[in-house]
Design a binder for this molecule. Structure first.
Ligand SMILES: Nc1ncnc2c1ncn2[C@@H]1O[C@H](COP(=O)(O)OP(=O)(O)OP(=O)(O)O)[C@@H](O)[C@H]1O
Ligand SMILES: CC(=O)N[C@H]1[C@@H]2OC[C@@H](O2)[C@@H](O)[C@@H]1O[C@H](C)C(=O)O
Length: 400
């Protein structure tokens, strides 16, 4: 047998695998690296996060990505150059982290790389009947494998689209494996650049699980802060927003987006929720001349209200539900306070209660997807709801 296939076969047969999960989201704050020890596969999977770090991006990294990020027109040479360059940068960050953790690369079985989304384009967003769903993540898997010496599974979203999905959110797959409960109805809420949730009704089969994007988490607040408060990347601890006043007219205009009327599950990104979207809402509501802190307070309320409305839609009085939050937004006290007030009937906590560090959750989910790609079966996801194709995802790159 070819040695690469033998290696994969041996990996699949191991009782447990050590997998590095990577996530670089829409916030462009840094690369999340989670070194995971995963036992088993499918619904028997269990994860121990051995190490976790977010390696902050340099200004150079951010500005190179921002030059093409969510833009309809870009310099094609720049885009092409970014594909291997992002992978090389990520490889260096992984190599440094492994060095600091004193873990040799030879003791890591796989890397699971999400890559950097630069454009996300579901059909319901572009609305051109001539084209289907599409999404583009940069950071090539072959380059990662060669520069780290570790077999890399990457580019997870394409299979989801090929099998009929919108390519995102993929959170349901890992949330289902890790957090599905026979007795507790759960919602896993991740507040990253875009907020998304996974609905996990309790039960033996957990049938009907799905995940969906909700709307902006931090992306609009971050973009606005970067534009109006040079030097700041985000409104740390909502210190600015807390001094502002929510403007109801602007809030109503923000909540009128067509995206909020689409059926579930659905997905979106900064291609829709960006500063041009905010400017249109300000114009429509006659709120062009607000103090910057009032706009920030309103954007904070916008993210909170979008989340509250969707969660309220899913709650049923006879189903007491626990909401486990994760992502950078949980560190925003104003946002969390509004969620508590707007969702008084459910218990609100974080994934730390389920033994997964909230900042590490998305990276862990991709490690689980890579584990399924190598050691899982396609029947694992049969109980997910429509809109969540029952497929394994990811492409395998060898280091030599
Ligand atoms: N102390 C804090 N106060 C307010 N906001 C915070 C704080 N810490 C983090 N954040 C927010 O969290 C963001 C980072 O979140 P996260 O790392 O989950 O994003 P992401 O992985 O890019 O998102 P996604 O992939 O889900 O789009 C920051 O840009 C900021 O808006
Ligand atoms: C296209 C893309 O990268 N989407 C991200 C983004 O960030 C949050 C939200 O939008 C979600 O749909 C998705 O990431 C998570 C990890 C997911 O696929 O579940």
């Amino acid at each position: 047998m070819h040695s690469h296939i033998t290696k994969l076969y041996q990996l699949a047969a191991k009782p447990s695998r050590r997998i590095i999960g990577l996530m670089s989201g829409t916030s462009l704050d840094g690369l999340d690296i989670a070194l995971c020890h995963i036992h088993g596969s499918g619904q028997q999977s269990s994860v121990k996060v051995e190490q976790f770090i977010t390696v902050p991006y340099s200004d150079e990294f951010r500005s190179r990505v921002q030059a093409v990020f969510a833009k309809r027109q870009v310099d094609l040479q720049q885009l092409t150059l970014l594909h291997p360059w992002i992978a090389e940068q990520h490889a260096q960050m992984i190599n440094q982290a492994l060095h600091d953790w004193q873990v040799p690369a030879s003791e890591v079985d796989l890397i699971a790389s999400h890559g950097q989304t630069v454009y996300h384009c579901p059909k319901r967003q572009h609305q051109d009947p001539a084209w289907g769903n599409a999404t583009l993540q940069l950071g090539d898997g072959d380059h990662l494998a060669v520069h780290t010496g570790i077999i890399t599974v990457s580019d997870f979203r394409q299979k989801h689209i090929a099998a009929g999905g919108e390519g995102a959110p993929l959170a349901a797959y890992g949330d289902y494996l890790l957090f599905g409960s026979a007795t507790e109805h759960r919602i896993l809420l991740n507040i990253g650049g875009i907020a998304n949730l996974t609905y996990l009704p309790a039960g033996e089969t957990l049938s009907g699980v799905f995940s969906t994007d909700i709307g902006p988490g931090n992306t609009l607040m971050d973009a606005y802060v970067r534009q109006h408060f040079p030097g700041l990347q985000y409104d740390a601890d909502a210190r600015l927003a807390t001094t502002g006043t929510v403007q109801q007219k602007l809030l109503a205009a923000l909540l009128a987006a067509e995206f909020f009327q689409l059926s579930l599950p659905k997905t979106t990104g900064p291609e829709v929720f960006n500063l041009a979207y905010l400017a249109r809402a300000q114009q429509q509501s006659g709120c062009q001349d607000l103090p910057a802190v009032d706009v920030l307070a309103t954007l904070n309320a916008f993210s909170a209200q979008a989340i509250i409305k969707l969660v309220q839609q899913l709650l049923q009085p006879e189903r007491p539900t626990v909401l486990y939050a994760s992502g950078g937004g949980i560190h925003n006290p104003l946002l969390m306070q509004q969620l508590k007030q707007g969702l008084p009937q459910l218990s609100l906590t974080t994934t730390a209660e389920l033994a997964i560090l909230p900042d590490a959750k998305e990276a862990v989910l991709f490690a689980l997807l890579a584990n399924e790609c190598v050691a899982g079966t396609t029947t694992t996801f049969n109980h997910l709801s429509t809109g969540m194709p029952a497929v394994t995802m990811g492409k395998i790159s060898f280091a030599d």
